[in-house]
Design a protein around this ligand. Structure first.
Ligand code: FUB
Length: 459
């Protein structure tokens, strides 16, 4: 549904315009091109990546524009096969999913088991006024998610759940700020055996925090627990404020933990940070958030990713925030339908749910553009098609290579279709699209919003 040009979120346009300024680096030869943060259409926070069936699904929170607190009402899902072009799957879970929740759609974690995806999230319980952990469930990684229980799974006023399934099938849910807790989840993933157990926050286990008698260790929040080569890792947000990312290791899932040092120093203009660590396609990736987008800060954060290598002894190297991000894994195939909301970088556009399912790109104005990185054209594309809709008089899709003002290889004219969700397919000839190149769809036309685009494909 097109939200309409007047009802868009205040401040979003400013974000987009400033995003364009940030992207000047793209236009200046020799300046490193930014691929971080991953999402530029909205502010995102608290990354929780999940590898499933050869694809990375990225679950995030959503900081509202111009927020001056952790004003968060929904969670979002993105996915990628190549770590640079990310598909927007919208918001398949929100506060409204949990009838008992009143506010604070904060940092969650999604895990897969037996055909279902379980998304553990902290929210405020309307009845008690305390933070509690709810669990959403879906048969699809992109949802929609439903409330698995109709009540909190666990509630003790603390936040930031992270699930882990050990090799023997025993699952755990960790969470906590200021303490660190776990429960042993049953195989159904929505109940647990025994009570909530506190992991002792010793300085040997979690480092020494100076000058805070009530919190003697570095552990602050946001545990991320996983196992690698028989060693258990707990990567967490350390100290406050601002936070850095530290980690501990243990011989078992419940400890005893040994503090191992800093993963990511304090950087990036957000006083919180929040880690997610995965292996994908032979590489290791560290997800985090910062305040890198224009207007960004502690309450307007953005998720980013870096590739890293473990040291030979299994320790994690120091990882710094970059604007270049992770290298692309493989290439993108332009000869199959590609969603318009699969984006490496953009300026000026937004996304919204499309009438036929999925998302479409909208709020397109003259000179806005979308970059899709590493597109493998091979011997050459002869034509380009796009699914488009326009409640006004449309405009043009300029198919360019190498930059928003790069080589023009084709131009498709988009007519008015009578509605923002009244779709038609336009096709135009292309010439010179060969090899592997960064594709830019640059939009052109008159003033105001021009058209929406749902998908595109070369022939
Ligand atoms: O996003 C709200 C809170 O900020 C999260 O729950 C914490 O981890 C911190 O990132």
């Amino acid at each position: 549904m097109k939200f309409g040009t007047l009802s868009r979120a205040p401040g979003r346009r400013g974000l987009a315009l400033m995003s364009a300024l940030l992207c000047l680096a793209v236009l200046v030869p020799g300046v490193a091109r930014a691929d971080n943060p991953i999402v530029q259409t909205i502010y995102t926070a608290d990354p929780a990546p999940l590898v499933h069936n050869g694809r990375v699904y990225l679950y995030t929170g959503h900081d509202e524009d111009a927020s001056t607190y952790f004003t968060m009402r929904e969670w979002r899902v993105w996915s990628s096969a190549d770590m640079v072009n990310w598909t927007d799957h919208g918001s398949p879970m929100s506060l409204a999913t949990f009838s008992w929740a009143s506010a604070d759609a904060w940092a969650g974690h999604t895990i897969y088991r037996n055909g279902r995806f379980y998304w553990y999230v902290p929210v405020k319980n309307r009845a008690t006024g305390r933070m509690a952990i709810g669990v959403g469930v879906s048969e699809s990684p992109t949802g929609p998610f439903r409330d698995a229980l109709g009540r909190p799974l666990v509630e003790n006023g603390e936040i930031d759940p992270a699930a882990f399934i050990d090799d023997n099938g025993q699952a755990y849910l960790y969470w906590g700020n200021p303490n660190l807790w776990y429960v042993r989840l049953n195989a159904d993933m929505i109940s647990f055996s025994g009570g909530a157990t506190q992991i002792p926050l010793t300085t040997a286990g979690f480092g020494t925090r100076n000058g805070n008698a009530s919190r003697p260790t570095l552990y602050e929040e946001a545990p991320w627990v996983y196992k690698r080569n028989g060693l258990y890792y707990n990567v967490f947000a350390a100290e406050c404020c601002s936070e850095f990312i530290g980690y501990s290791t243990a011989p078992g899932p419940t400890g005893p933990w040994t503090y191992r040092g800093t993963v990511m120093p304090r950087q990036g203009g957000s006083f919180t940070n929040h880690a997610g660590v995965i292996d994908y396609n032979g590489g290791s990736y560290f997800f985090y958030h910062n305040g890198a987008l224009p207007g960004g800060g502690g309450f307007t954060r953005s998720v980013a990713v870096e590739k890293f290598n473990y040291n030979s002894d299994g320790t994690i190297p120091t990882i710094n925030m970059t604007t270049t991000g992770a290298p692309q894994v493989g290439t993108l195939n332009p000869y199959v339908r590609q969603e318009a909301e699969t984006i490496a970088w953009e300026t000026g556009v937004e996304t919204e749910p499309a009438s036929g399912g999925g998302m479409n790109v909208g709020w397109i104005e003259n000179a806005d553009w979308i970059k899709v990185k590493g597109v493998a054209f091979g011997n050459g594309a002869g034509s380009f098609s796009a699914r488009v809709a326009s409640a006004t008089s449309g405009g043009r899709v300029e198919v360019r290579l190498g930059g928003a003002n790069g080589t023009l290889v084709g131009t498709c004219t988009v007519p008015g279709t009578g509605g923002w969700q009244t779709w038609t397919t336009v096709t135009c000839p292309t010439s010179g699209a060969t090899g592997t190149q960064d594709l830019y769809l640059r939009f052109a036309g008159g003033s105001g919003y021009l058209f929406n685009i749902d998908w595109w494909q070369f022939q």
